[in-house]
Design a protein around this ligand. Structure first.
Ligand SMILES: C[S@@+](CC[C@H](N)C(=O)[O-])C[C@H]1O[C@@H](n2cnc3c(N)ncnc32)[C@H](O)[C@@H]1O
Length: 494
């Protein structure tokens, strides 16, 4: 059944228009992921299965769950499935596939062609005019992803049941958790952004107060889970147990949805969530246990080092009138990520698709930095880049004697009180940021695809002398490979 549904999924992914997909958050789960998700449910003493699939699409997740029941891996006296789906175009497909699977597993299947948020809120509020939903023993979900506006009916409905959240996916997850029976299990595939996004703090608090985090699965490649739909978003899979006692957490990692290189490690809960941290960030290691820590001597903040990092202040579309394809009188270099390639800096670039220069005048003056050595980090890493953090150095020798520099908004700039850094420090900082140790640590704490100045402020660094020595070493090298940088950091800081 699931294999047939997979064909339908691919057909719908190719034929549904993008506007509808994004309006309904409609990205269907491929069968390998659906099966993996269903495999995470742990056998329990529960004899009555009440399964909830909110935002069920064409039913791939319920089907994967029922497949496990059919294979005898999960045993219940009776199974009832509630599948919510708001899109009337796909409801008939959902009905077909679930009814057939229901026959094979002697399950009672209900397809509810209605808004899950409204139905769940009504049920939780005990609205007398709507039939209450059962307390579910299992939830399997890949919820829609879309921001919820502060003044929207959904947001108001959610507030009535004490859920304050900013996206449909977290709303679906919070409501489903609220509908779970004690010791009920919830398996969800969710964007990783909720683990540390500041807006998701109430959501993190909501789930951590009600459930034990049992298992997390991380995909190492952010473009792999929903590749047919071109979804470039890091997704993780969670297993939560309502009201369970929080013990260690299992964290598994695979490159992609083939799960062929999966590794699993068990982590003390305190390593995953620090309950004394007001933000309640969920830290997910993205490498083996022994690879993740930064060297203990790299314990200095940027403040300690008297270095600042800022987002490049020139927002090009706001300064359109002053942009110039090539440098001319009265203009200064404008630097974009495109001016930096691995280990090299080229300016100006002939035929560059962005501007190379910006006019220096009374409007632009305040956005410019005096010429000097600066370390820059791209805010968005290119898909093919192995590391998330990609750092380079601006060498003033390549700027044709310009007195000022404009940094475009897609770069983060390390500076010393708005001026350049000593040359060796700029190179040392870039080398340090380009190490595998920093990248791994960064990924552990950060699920975004962006590297923001705040993220760079939250990292710790070696002391200034060590950074300068690392910089002097890197300036002496002709070609710098990843292995060389990693080995040099180990040699200097252990
Ligand atoms: C990300 S898709 C996942 C579908 C399915 N769970 C799967 O894994 O393939 C989310 C689904 O939720 C549906 N949906 C969106 N908003 C909804 C709502 N308010 N109530 C019920 N379903 C909704 C969409 O139409 C879409 O089919």
């Amino acid at each position: 059944m699931l294999n047939e549904t997979d064909q339908l999924r691919q057909q719908l992914a190719a034929t549904t228009d993008t506007a509808k997909k994004s309006r309904l958050g409609q990205f269907f789960t491929p069968s390998p992921i659906a099966r993996f998700m269903a495999s995470l449910f742990r056998p329990s003493t529960e004899t009555h299965c009440r399964l909830l699939d909110p935002g069920a699409g064409i039913g791939s997740l319920s089907l994967a769950f029922l497949e496990r029941c059919q294979n005898g891996e999960l045993c219940f006296d009776d199974i009832r499935v509630d599948a919510f789906e708001i899109d009337e175009v796909i409801v008939p497909h959902l009905l077909d596939s679930l009814q057939e699977a229901g026959r094979h597993t002697a399950s009672v299947v209900r397809v509810l062609p209605t808004d899950f948020i409204r139905a769940a809120v009504d049920s939780l509020l005990g609205n007398l005019f709507t039939a209450p939903l059962p307390r579910y023993s299992h939830v399997i979900m890949n919820p829609p992803y879309r921001k919820i506006r502060n003044d929207s009916p959904h947001r108001n409905a959610l507030r009535q049941v004490g859920i304050e959240t900013v996206n449909l996916y977290s709303a679906f997850a919070a409501l489903s958790l609220a509908l779970l029976a004690p010791h009920g299990q919830l398996v969800a595939i969710l964007p990783r952004s909720f683990c540390n996004g500041p807006y998701f703090r109430p959501f993190r608090e909501f789930i951590l107060a009600r459930a034990a985090l049992r298992r997390v699965h991380v995909f190492e490649r952010r473009d792999r889970a929903f590749r047919n739909d071109n979804v470039l978003q890091e997704n993780i899979i969670l297993l939560l147990e309502r009201g369970g006692q929080q013990n260690d957490v299992e964290i598994s990692i695979s490159t992609d949805d083939s799960f062929s290189d999966i590794t699993i490690h068990t982590w003390p809960f305190a390593d995953v969530v620090d309950l004394s941290d007001h933000q309640l960030f969920i830290h997910l290691p993205s490498a083996k246990a022994d690879d993740i820590a930064l060297p203990p001597s790299a314990c200095f903040s940027l403040d300690d080092l008297d270095i600042q990092v800022s987002t490049g202040p020139v927002v090009d579309f706001r300064q359109k009138a002053y942009l110039q394809a090539m440098p001319a009188d009265q203009s200064v270099p404008l630097l974009y990520p495109g001016h930096f390639a691995e280990n090299s800096f080229t300016w100006p670039i002939i035929g560059f698709r962005k501007a190379n220069a910006i006019e220096r005048n009374s409007h632009t003056e305040r956005w410019l930095y005096p010429t000097g050595f600066y370390t820059v980090v791209r805010r968005l890493s290119a898909k093919e880049e192995k590391r998330r953090i990609v750092a380079s150095v601006v060498d003033p020798a390549g700027l044709q004697g310009a007195s000022m520099i404009g940094f475009e908004n897609h770069l983060n700039v390390f500076h010393c009180r708005k001026e350049g850094l000593p040359e060796s420090l700029a190179y040392g900082l870039a080398s340090y940021l380009n190490t595998t140790a920093v990248d791994t640590c960064f990924r552990r704490f950060n699920g975004h695809t962006q590297v923001n100045a705040t993220d760079l402020r939250n990292l710790t660094y070696p002391d200034r002398e060590t950074l300068q020595a690392l910089g002097e070493w890197s300036m002496r090298q002709r070609d710098l490979s990843q292995e060389m940088i990693d080995a040099e950091l180990r040699r200097r800081v252990g």
